[in-house]
Ligand binder design. Structure first.
Ligand SMILES: [Ca+2]
Length: 260
């Protein structure tokens, strides 16, 4: 399926490039947004063109990857973003008018921490079959039978077109993958240098623990679901450094250390 879409895209590009001529175009694009936004908060970018757009391409990495839309553009359309990382973030837009004239513009916003909490450490206190066999190609006399533990973090981004956040976790939520501690050599991850912020006014972060075994991964959460919410906002009044999450139904217990 991917190949077919890519093929169509190449054809479209060829079809479009045949139409360029020497006429200078007055097709222009104007982007507007606030200059500073908190991490995870929704950024609204208004895209205005002086003529109707037939396509609008959006990229966060100078078009190494991009998303193009063809419908409901008119000459003004909003696009929505949220950012996991602090600092300057540049968003690139390429619009095409009905004569296939292209114009590219970018806008840079500064993402700040605001009231976001910072994740300092994750400590996994227990999980199903801790200390027992997860890699059954090894006998229990071999240390390699123990789990090779890592975790993933998820946060709901806003939808580019609607500005809404999806309610069910999906791949688009993927945020951070930890290093793997082989054979349960440690169950603590120091995150102080990872710059992991959660704007608890905007989102909840989820976590899922894995046994990573070569190319395969097994779910230490016994999912679905393979992730569990970190209920940090529940503690906003007392702001403890450590929050322990206990899920006895899957024998899971972990502690997250927070910088408030
Ligand atoms: Ca192992």
């Amino acid at each position: 399926m991917k190949k077919i879409i890519l093929g169509l895209f190449v054809l479209l590009n060829i079809a479009c490039s045949s139409s360029d001529d020497d006429d200078p175009s007055n097709f222009t694009l104007t982007l507007s947004a606030i200059e500073e936004i908190e991490v995870d908060a929704r950024l609204d970018v208004m895209v205005n063109a002086n003529e109707p757009m037939q396509s609008l391409k959006v990229s966060l990495d100078n078009f190494e990857t991009s998303v193009t839309n063809y419908n409901d553009l008119g000459s003004a359309t909003p696009r929505y973003f949220s950012f996991n990382n602090l600092g300057q973030q540049t968003i690139y837009f390429t619009a095409k008018n009905t004569d296939n004239v292209e114009v590219t513009e970018s806008i840079t916003v500064n993402v700040v921490r605001g009231n976001a909490v910072k994740l300092e450490q994750i400590q996994l206190n227990s999980f199903f079959n801790l200390g027992n066999t997860w890699d059954d190609e090894f006998p229990s006399s071999n240390i390699n039978h123990l789990a090779d533990v890592s975790f993933g973090l998820l946060k709901p981004p806003v939808n580019l077109l609607t500005g809404l956040r999806p309610s069910a976790p999906s791949l688009s939520w993927f945020w951070y993958r930890s290093v793997t501690h082989y054979n349960e050599s440690s169950l603590t991850w120091n995150l102080q240098n990872e710059d992991l912020y959660v704007n608890i006014d905007e989102v909840s972060a989820y976590i899922g623990f894995l046994d990573t075994d070569g190319e395969f991964a097994q779910d230490l959460m016994l999912g679905p679901p393979s992730e569990i919410v970190m209920p940090i906002a529940d503690y906003i009044d007392t702001q403890p450094i450590n929050i322990t999450v206990d899920e006895p139904s899957i024998d899971l217990n972990f502690t997250v250390a927070i910088d408030w």
